[in-house]
Design a protein around this ligand. Structure first.
Ligand SMILES: NC(=O)c1ccc[n+]([C@@H]2O[C@H](COP(=O)([O-])OP(=O)(O)OC[C@H]3O[C@@H](n4cnc5c(N)ncnc54)[C@H](OP(=O)(O)O)[C@@H]3O)[C@@H](O)[C@H]2O)c1
Length: 171
């Protein structure tokens, strides 16, 4: 099974501000939903808190990393160290694809371990406060697929897939 990061970014690799997304992109949201539904999603606490009602994503197993051991969210697998986060992901990978769904701190820490990155590039500047890495300059990653630009709620977006050629073992 595969470990895959999925996210969108603006032209500066920006991914969020004020603990929210930069843009409303319904076509990208539909892609995210159909890709991750039925699988496991792994995230940091801020990303969980950014969802409507701070509720986990339906139809998916949600793994949430938070530093504070007293924080245990309903309906999710709660973990409180990066080691336990990796362990929970590894266990799920025995039988399921696992999607890393943010946010910035989690994408960065997980980057060496993922098989693939599904990155939707939005051709606009969202004035981001938090950023992904410049994956196009990372020698470990190869861009293997990219769609034609698609119009989505006033922005042009492109679906890109990168393979990690230097994947680190999880455990
Ligand atoms: N564009 C996209 O596709 C996309 C997708 C998802 C999220 N986002 C955006 O990303 C932003 C949130 O990102 P973020 O970096 O602020 O938050 P985050 O990665 O969602 O969550 C950070 C949380 O995880 C904890 N954590 C992180 N690493 C840890 C570790 N090694 N051990 C223990 N705990 C750890 C942090 O604890 P401490 O703070 O105590 O260290 C903090 O509570 C939002 O703006 C969101 O909208 C964008």
């Amino acid at each position: 099974m595969k470990l895959i990061s999925i996210l969108n970014c603006d032209k500066n690799y920006g991914i969020g501000k004020r603990n929210g997304l930069l843009f409303v992109q319904p076509k990208d949201m539909a892609f995210f939903r159909s890709t991750t539904s039925g699988h496991t999603v792994a995230m940091g606490e801020n990303t969980l808190l950014s969802f409507p009602g701070s509720k986990p994503l339906p139809k998916r197993t949600n793994i949430v990393l938070s530093q504070d051991p007293t924080k245990n969210y309903e309906g999710v697998i709660n973990v409180h160290t990066f080691e336990d986060f990796i362990k929970a992901i590894n266990e799920k990978l025995n039988s399921d694809d696992v999607y890393v769904i943010g946010g910035a701190s989690i994408y960065r820490q997980m980057l060496p371990y993922v098989d693939e990155v599904l990155l939707t590039k939005i051709d606009a500047d969202g004035g981001a406060e938090v950023f992904f890495v410049n994956i196009d300059e990372d020698p470990n990653f190869e861009l293997v697929e990219q769609s034609e630009p698609i119009e989505d709620n006033g922005n042009l977006i492109k679906f890109c897939r990168y393979l990690n050629h230097n994947k680190k073992p999880l455990i």
